[in-house]
Write a protein that binds this ligand. Structure first.
Ligand SMILES: C[S@@+](CC[C@H](N)C(=O)[O-])C[C@H]1O[C@@H](n2cnc3c(N)ncnc32)[C@H](O)[C@@H]1O
Length: 280
């Protein structure tokens, strides 16, 4: 394995901080050596300095994207931290029904910011479809759209394909699995694909949460922003949170990760350590 010197490591650390806001103060030298070492070999390079030069020069946007895809931590899962989805089902959906119901213009807009490979936005879709069943035939059908955004294009591609292997299906309640997935075979193994009526509700978009402008023209009733903040530089966390609060509609809900406790935002009431409600 090619080793990185301290000063080489610092150059990659600074790039990750500048571009994605990532915090590598806890030593992540092993991360660049293990995750990027292979790339150096593929490109026939023998030092991290040469690769850094390529990354910031001739490699262009494609190499930078490769770098982002390699260094981001993308752990996720269906119904991850399931008590958040219990709260979503019991409190938030009941509130949404009161707020917008099935009125003709009652749009429901949810955002999974930092959605990785799609399990989180799809879980939101299952729960909303299950919880917002029309009470009568007269009610118009649900106007639901869920945005899943991430910087990692490899993960977004998985979300777009909506194909998951057996081990990724753990944590899914059996009735949801039966109702919203169908088996498909490819490369000699079985995968499970999310049903088209769910896929059609989820839009995946590629952008950086630190981009000056978001390609978003709507306000959301719910934002799931879980397990992203934890990886970011402390000084960047609060401004980013305040920005996301601006993307919430009055009366909207914000979910952080379970480990992301201790935050507060103007105009947001803390309901649990990681769940906030915007003043209606
Ligand atoms: C650990 S995953 C969390 C996935 C999901 N929210 C969950 O809790 O299961 C963090 C995700 O945030 C994304 N991410 C990190 N920094 C980002 C940034 N600056 N802009 C957009 N996405 C980012 C990563 O690519 C990764 O997929």
């Amino acid at each position: 394995m090619i080793a990185a010197t301290e000063s080489e490591y610092r150059r990659f650390r600074d790039l990750a901080r500048r571009e994605l806001g990532l915090d590598w103060t806890r030593d992540k030298k092993y991360l660049i050596e293990t995750r990027l070492g292979q790339r150096l070999e593929q490109l026939g390079m023998d030092s991290f300095s040469a690769y850094h030069k390529h990354l910031c020069g001739n490699g262009g946007p494609a190499e930078l994207q490769y770098f982002f895809n390699t260094i981001t931590t993308t752990k996720t899962g269906f119904y991850r931290d399931s008590s958040d989805f219990d709260f979503f089902r019991q409190e938030v959906l009941a509130d949404l029904r009161k707020q917008v119901g099935f009125a003709p213009h009652g749009a429901i807009r949810l955002w999974s910011a930092g959605c990785s490979s799609g399990e989180e936005p799809f879980t939101l879709a299952f729960e909303t479809l299950e919880g917002m069943v029309p009470l009568s035939k007269q009610e118009p059908s649900l106007d639901l759209r869920i945005l899943g955004s991430d910087i990692n294009t490899d993960m977004l591609a998985i979300g777009e394909d909506a194909l998951y292997l057996d081990q990724q299906m753990e944590g899914l309640p059996l009735p949801i699995r039966k109702k919203y997935f169908k088996p498909t075979r490819g490369n000699g193994r079985t995968a499970w694909q999310v049903a088209s009526n769910v896929r059609s509700k989820v839009d995946y978009r590629h952008f950086n949460l630190f981009d000056r402008r978001y390609p978003i023209a709507t306000k959301f009733q719910v934002i799931f922003f879980r397990n992203v903040l934890y990886y970011l530089d402390r000084s960047l966390r609060q401004p980013l949170l305040d920005r996301l609060v601006n993307c919430l509609a009055p009366g909207g809900w914000l979910f952080l990760g379970k480990v992301e406790a201790g935050y507060s935002m103007v105009g947001m009431k803390k309901i649990h350590t990681n769940i906030f409600h915007k003043t209606p």
